[in-house]
Design a protein around this ligand. Structure first.
Ligand code: SAH
Ligand code: SF4
Length: 382
């Protein structure tokens, strides 16, 4: 079996090099070639010993993800649909802003949590991505953008958010080495504050993340009480709000930021009433006696077919935000970006195949490989 070098953080690559009888500094060189320079070909790695350059192609690869489609929005947002095999596809979105470039990365093909308002959740769960597949999204996007913007040595992606398809904390073992590659000074050198893991609330893994690799944490709350959250985010039945907020409080001492971001998707007539905002204030300001230091991000719901839900009107969203801000919790409304290419939160990969030519490309691949194709899956994992 050949190893995929994108699967390794620096420690892993050092161990791999050791197996080949190579010293640690070779791993650092190799790591820098891959992640800082975007090299895909060992022959280009001019400062590696020739013997090593010749040995590597026989034992490892640098496995890029095949691109099924790339869509460029008029506002500069770019969305890739990557083929992860067996008919599964995942999406990655680049969002440029004046002072930063954010990449939104997927962690799983589909998702087992099955939130009511989420297109990925409606697809059901296919499989976890490997570390290499998570890292490849960043590797591909960063070096593509550098080439496109003609900035060969300059970093384009300054922030990563694990807010694409999937629940990152249900793919913990692959996630953590991928985060380490993002943070490593020999890799992408991103600051911990600029790498965000977003979770629907996998409590035990929040605790582990604090120990293993603390980065900024966003928690998808969406409801101020358990009855409503049970319905919207089924994982709440396992880890109810009080346990989740306790986990947030325990996370904070290790976190690179002194607050948790709570995400709240605005659903018309479901969770968007002034009463919900007031309940949310009481909850967040009172939990554990002193409250949870936090900011709230209101996300306008992005509708998709068969969700049975609609987005709250703009005045309702603004009123909700006003109540929270006036109550002393800093609240912002997320700007929607890439509307013309359906690149916003929660729209990823569900019905995208209807609107791109990716379906036909997948069908061609199917003919070539004669394997069953599953893209839009309706069944859910228990
Ligand atoms: N599984 C993780 C990360 C991926 S979802 C999580 O749930 O946090 C990223 C964000 O998009 C989450 O806050 C999620 O609640 C939100 N989201 C999902 N579907 C959405 C939709 N249709 N409209 C708006 N936001 C949505
Ligand atoms: Fe999964 Fe997050 Fe979508 Fe819920 S919102 S189904 S946890 S990807």
């Amino acid at each position: 079996m050949t190893a995929n070098l994108l699967d390794f953080d620096l420690e892993g690559l050092a161990a791999f090099c050791e197996q080949l009888g190579e010293k640690r500094f070779r791993a650092v060189q190799l790591f820098r070639w891959i992640h800082q320079k975007g090299a895909a070909d060992f022959a280009d790695m001019s400062d590696l010993a020739r013997s090593l350059r010749e040995k590597l192609p026989g034992v490892c690869t640098i496995a890029d993800l095949p691109v099924l489609s790339r869509q460029d929005s008029t506002d500069g947002t770019i969305k890739w649909l990557f083929d992860v095999g067996d008919g599964n596809a995942v999406e990655t979105v680049f969002i440029p802003e004046d002072d930063r470039g954010t990449l939104c990365i997927s962690s799983q093909a589909g998702c087992a949590v099955g939130c009511r308002f989420c297109s990925t959740g409606h697809q059901g769960f296919s499989r976890n991505l490997t570390t290499g597949e998570i890292v490849a999204q960043l590797w591909h996007a960063e070096h593509f953008l550098r080439r496109q913007l003609k900035q060969p040595g300059e970093r384009v992606i300054t922030n990563v958010v694990m807010m694409g398809m999937g629940e990152p904390l249900q793919n913990y073992n692959a996630l953590v080495p991928a985060l380490r590659v993002m943070l490593d000074d020999h890799g992408y050198g991103l600051s911990r504050r600029r790498v965000t893991v977003s979770t629907s609330g996998v409590v035990p893994m929040i605790e582990r993340l604090a120990q293993d690799c603390p980065v900024a944490l966003a928690v998808s709350l969406h409801a101020p009480n358990d009855a409503l959250r049970d319905d919207l985010v089924p994982l709440n039945r396992k880890y109810p709000i009080a346990e989740l907020l306790d986990a947030c409080l325990r996370y904070l001492p290790a976190a690179p930021r002194d607050f948790i971001t709570f995400e709240y998707c605005m659903l018309d007539g479901v969770n968007d009433q002034p009463e919900h905002a007031r309940q949310l204030l009481t909850l967040l300001k009172g939990h554990g006696g002193r409250g949870v230091p936090c900011k709230i991000n209101l996300i306008p719901f992005n509708p998709f077919p068969d969700s049975g839900l609609t987005c709250s009107s703009r005045p309702v969203v603004l009123r909700f935000g006003q109540i929270l801000n006036e109550g002393g919790v800093v609240t912002t409304v997320r700007k929607t970006r890439g509307d013309d290419i359906d690149a916003a939160c929660g729209q990823l990969a569900g019905d995208v195949l209807d609107r791109t030519n990716a379906a036909s490309r997948l069908a061609q691949r199917r003919q070539a490989t004669a394997r069953p194709i599953r893209i839009v899956r309706k069944e859910r994992q228990a």
